[in-house]
Design a protein around this ligand. Sequence first.
Ligand code: PRP
Length: 206
Amino acid sequence: PGATVIDHPLVQHKMTHMRMKDTSTQGFRRLLREISLLLCYEVTRDLKLVDTSIETPVSEMNAPVLAGKKLVFASILRAGNGLLEGMLELIPSARVAHIGLYRDPETLEAIEYYFKAPADMNERRIIVVDPMLATANSAIAAVERLKQRGANNMCFVCLLAAPEGVQRFNEAHPDVPIYTAAVDEKLNEKGYIVPGLGDAGDRMYG
Ligand code: PRP
């Protein structure tokens, strides 16, 4: 339960620059791409390896490669795509699921407008990505939807979480660990993370 905070100094440094209100769209995007590489590196530490026989220019050997089926990145639109792009650079063979959700500005409920996922989700490791975990309505709904499609081996990766969101997500999906670069102080009455970094989707796309 709770969330694993990725406290790597480069991640923390980049997060601070993403929080600054004067960081431009261009700067924000570049930082998001860089940070996504570092987060991806951390959350894939536990992937299983299997030995395969290869030939180097010198001799034969048994060498490790990733075991099992290709993993899936599940991106919660829009802002999830910022994390997705960097992660795909590190794992270009990954499959991708897209889940379109927006928060109703009044109720903060997650409303689905798009869903497309690869087949055989039950046989793959799935990394769900979205920069923000605020009320957790979006993340809870996305994971619920992926479970309906058979997903049973998931983690959730974000940049920034509110304590309220971590708790609600843990209660809804105790089997899905959360990785984040920071857990902030609270949610405000509009459902924004405080101090936060604003709305990640707006800062990336306008
Ligand atoms: C933001 C953010 C998350 C969600 C988090 O998306 O990118 O998806 O809100 O809030 P929650 O935990 O309270 O559900 P938004 O609805 O603004 O859509 P966008 O990414 O398309 O801008």
